[in-house]
Ligand binder design. Structure first.
Ligand SMILES: [Fe+2]
Length: 150
Protein backbone atom coordinates (compact mmCIF):
# COMPACT_ATOMS: atom_id res chain seq x y z
CA UNK A 1 0.00 0.00 0.00
CA UNK A 2 1.42 3.36 -1.05
CA UNK A 3 1.00 6.36 1.22
CA UNK A 4 1.15 9.96 -0.01
CA UNK A 5 1.54 12.72 2.55
CA UNK A 6 0.39 16.31 2.03
CA UNK A 7 3.38 18.44 2.96
CA UNK A 8 1.07 21.29 3.96
CA UNK A 9 -1.38 19.70 6.39
CA UNK A 10 -0.04 16.18 6.96
CA UNK A 11 -3.05 14.40 5.46
CA UNK A 12 -2.26 10.89 4.20
CA UNK A 13 -3.83 9.55 1.01
CA UNK A 14 -3.75 5.83 0.23
CA UNK A 15 -2.77 4.28 -3.11
CA UNK A 16 -2.55 7.55 -5.05
CA UNK A 17 -2.27 11.27 -4.42
CA UNK A 18 -5.56 13.18 -4.88
CA UNK A 19 -5.91 16.06 -7.34
CA UNK A 20 -6.46 18.38 -4.38
CA UNK A 21 -5.89 17.63 -0.72
CA UNK A 22 -9.35 16.96 0.78
CA UNK A 23 -8.26 18.62 4.03
CA UNK A 24 -6.32 21.80 3.08
CA UNK A 25 -7.27 21.92 -0.65
CA UNK A 26 -3.68 22.33 -1.83
CA UNK A 27 -2.91 20.77 -5.27
CA UNK A 28 -1.38 17.37 -5.96
CA UNK A 29 2.17 18.79 -6.22
CA UNK A 30 2.21 19.06 -2.45
CA UNK A 31 1.91 15.30 -1.96
CA UNK A 32 4.99 13.16 -1.46
CA UNK A 33 5.19 9.40 -1.57
CA UNK A 34 6.35 8.48 1.93
CA UNK A 35 6.53 4.69 2.32
CA UNK A 36 6.93 4.77 6.11
CA UNK A 37 4.41 7.57 6.77
CA UNK A 38 2.49 5.37 9.22
CA UNK A 39 4.27 3.72 12.10
CA UNK A 40 3.70 0.03 12.56
CA UNK A 41 3.91 -1.84 15.85
CA UNK A 42 6.95 -4.09 15.98
CA UNK A 43 4.84 -6.92 17.42
CA UNK A 44 1.06 -6.32 17.14
CA UNK A 45 0.40 -9.02 19.75
CA UNK A 46 2.71 -7.40 22.24
CA UNK A 47 2.50 -3.60 22.01
CA UNK A 48 5.09 -1.39 23.64
CA UNK A 49 4.03 1.41 25.98
CA UNK A 50 4.77 3.98 23.29
CA UNK A 51 2.61 2.10 20.78
CA UNK A 52 -0.20 1.76 23.32
CA UNK A 53 -0.11 5.53 23.83
CA UNK A 54 -0.59 6.34 20.11
CA UNK A 55 -2.60 3.65 18.35
CA UNK A 56 -6.29 4.64 18.02
CA UNK A 57 -8.90 2.41 19.63
CA UNK A 58 -12.26 2.19 17.89
CA UNK A 59 -15.52 1.33 19.61
CA UNK A 60 -18.52 0.67 17.35
CA UNK A 61 -22.15 1.01 18.50
CA UNK A 62 -25.46 0.62 16.68
CA UNK A 63 -28.00 1.83 19.23
CA UNK A 64 -27.88 5.55 18.53
CA UNK A 65 -31.11 7.55 18.72
CA UNK A 66 -29.57 10.83 17.60
CA UNK A 67 -30.32 10.20 13.92
CA UNK A 68 -33.98 9.30 13.60
CA UNK A 69 -34.45 8.96 9.84
CA UNK A 70 -31.73 6.46 9.11
CA UNK A 71 -29.67 3.78 10.64
CA UNK A 72 -26.29 5.04 11.68
CA UNK A 73 -23.13 3.59 13.05
CA UNK A 74 -21.78 5.26 16.15
CA UNK A 75 -18.05 5.34 16.44
CA UNK A 76 -15.98 6.33 19.39
CA UNK A 77 -12.28 6.82 18.72
CA UNK A 78 -9.82 7.16 21.55
CA UNK A 79 -6.14 7.62 20.88
CA UNK A 80 -4.19 5.34 23.11
CA UNK A 81 -5.06 2.60 25.56
CA UNK A 82 -2.69 4.56 27.75
CA UNK A 83 -3.88 8.16 27.66
CA UNK A 84 -1.77 10.44 25.54
CA UNK A 85 -0.78 13.81 26.98
CA UNK A 86 -2.23 17.01 25.50
CA UNK A 87 0.33 19.71 26.30
CA UNK A 88 1.60 22.39 23.87
CA UNK A 89 4.91 20.61 23.30
CA UNK A 90 3.35 17.22 22.68
CA UNK A 91 -0.22 16.40 21.73
CA UNK A 92 -2.48 14.55 19.31
CA UNK A 93 -2.84 17.08 16.53
CA UNK A 94 -5.51 15.46 14.38
CA UNK A 95 -7.52 12.31 13.80
CA UNK A 96 -8.34 11.47 10.16
CA UNK A 97 -11.18 9.07 9.31
CA UNK A 98 -11.47 6.93 6.16
CA UNK A 99 -14.02 4.49 4.81
CA UNK A 100 -12.60 1.98 2.33
CA UNK A 101 -9.40 4.07 2.20
CA UNK A 102 -11.34 7.17 1.13
CA UNK A 103 -11.11 10.22 3.35
CA UNK A 104 -14.27 11.15 5.29
CA UNK A 105 -13.32 13.75 7.86
CA UNK A 106 -10.66 15.19 10.14
CA UNK A 107 -10.95 16.13 13.79
CA UNK A 108 -8.43 18.86 14.65
CA UNK A 109 -7.47 18.90 18.30
CA UNK A 110 -5.79 21.48 20.48
CA UNK A 111 -3.75 20.91 23.62
CA UNK A 112 -4.97 21.57 27.14
CA UNK A 113 -8.73 21.76 26.50
CA UNK A 114 -9.41 18.60 24.54
CA UNK A 115 -8.84 14.90 25.07
CA UNK A 116 -7.69 12.76 22.16
CA UNK A 117 -11.15 11.23 21.92
CA UNK A 118 -13.98 11.82 19.44
CA UNK A 119 -17.44 10.39 18.82
CA UNK A 120 -19.25 10.45 15.51
CA UNK A 121 -22.26 9.03 13.69
CA UNK A 122 -21.52 7.52 10.30
CA UNK A 123 -24.04 7.14 7.51
CA UNK A 124 -22.50 3.85 6.43
CA UNK A 125 -23.07 0.36 7.77
CA UNK A 126 -20.38 -1.61 5.96
CA UNK A 127 -16.87 -1.24 4.67
CA UNK A 128 -13.56 -0.79 6.33
CA UNK A 129 -13.02 2.06 8.75
CA UNK A 130 -9.48 3.38 9.06
CA UNK A 131 -8.36 5.93 11.60
CA UNK A 132 -5.04 7.77 11.61
CA UNK A 133 -3.90 9.66 14.67
CA UNK A 134 -1.14 12.23 14.33
CA UNK A 135 1.08 13.04 17.28
CA UNK A 136 3.12 16.25 17.06
CA UNK A 137 6.18 14.37 18.30
CA UNK A 138 5.68 10.71 17.37
CA UNK A 139 4.04 10.81 13.95
CA UNK A 140 1.15 8.84 12.43
CA UNK A 141 -0.51 5.67 13.76
CA UNK A 142 -3.34 3.72 12.26
CA UNK A 143 -6.12 1.32 13.22
CA UNK A 144 -8.44 -0.42 10.79
CA UNK A 145 -11.71 -2.27 11.56
CA UNK A 146 -14.52 -3.77 9.50
CA UNK A 147 -17.95 -2.14 9.92
CA UNK A 148 -19.91 -5.19 8.75
CA UNK A 149 -22.69 -6.21 11.12
CA UNK A 150 -22.02 -9.41 12.92
FE1 LIG B 1 3.19 11.20 21.34
Amino acid sequence: MKTYVCQVCGHIAFDQAPVDCPVCKMPIENFENVPDAIKKPLDPENLTEDERRHIPFIKIGRECNAISLNRCVDVQIKVGAIEHEMISEHFINFIDIYIDRKYIMRAMLTPKRSYPLISLCLNVTSGSLSVISNCTVHGNWRTKVALEET
